[in-house]
Design a protein around this ligand. Structure first.
Ligand SMILES: [Zn+2]
Length: 143
C-alpha cells in the first residue's frame, strides 16, 4: 500500500552527508520502494494470514487492527527500501554514515522502524508467546 509521505528518512538519516551522496542515496531509497514492492505486498499477505490464523480479527477492534497493520507495514517497507540502498551502495554506505552522517540518529531511526515493524507480529505470535496480554472475545485472558 504505497502512501505518499514526507521524505523523513532522506531528511533525517542523510543529515551531514555531502549533497551529491545524499541525493544519490535518496534516489536509491525511493527506487528501493519500487524494487521491494512485491516483498511489501507479500508482507501484507503474510500479516493478514497470520492474523486470521490466530484469530486477531475477533479480539482486536477494526480501527486498532488497521492502525497496527498500517504502522507495521510502512515501517517494514522503509526497512526494505533502505536495505536496498545499503545493498546497492555496499561498503560506502556504512563509511558515509559513520564518517559524515549521524550514526546515533540513524541507529535511533532504524531501531524505531524495527520496533514498529515488529508490532505486526505481536498480535500474530502473542498466543504462542504466552498471549496473556491479548484479550479473548469474552474479555478473559489466555492461559
Ligand atoms: Zn521511504
Amino acid at each position: 500500500m504505497p502512501v505518499p509521505h514526507p521524505p523523513l528518512v532522506n531528511l533525517i538519516v542523510r543529515q551531514g552527508l555531502p549533497r551529491e551522496e545524499r541525493l544519490t542515496l535518496s534516489y536509491r531509497h525511493e527506487l528501493g520502494h519500487v524494487q521491494t514492492l512485491p516483498l511489501a505486498l507479500l508482507h501484507v499477505i503474510v500479516l493478514w494470514w497470520l492474523w486470521t490464523r490466530n484469530g486477531v480479527s475477533a479480539r482486536w477492534p477494526r480501527a486498532v487492527r488497521l492502525l497496527v497493520a498500517f504502522v507495521a507495514h510502512e515501517a517494514t517497507w522503509e526497512l526494505m527500501a533502505e536495505g536496498y540502498v545499503a545493498l546497492r551502495t555496499g561498503r560506502r554506505y556504512i563509511q558515509l554514515h559513520r564518517q559524515k552522517g549521524s550514526p546515533l540518529i540513524s541507529a535511533f531511526v532504524w531501531g524505531s522502524f524495527a520496533v514498529m515493524a515488529s508490532l505486526g507480529l505481536v498480535p500474530a505470535l502473542g498466543r504462542h508467546l504466552g498471549g496473556s496480554f491479548l484479550p479473548t472475545p469474552h474479555g478473559k485472558e489466555h492461559t
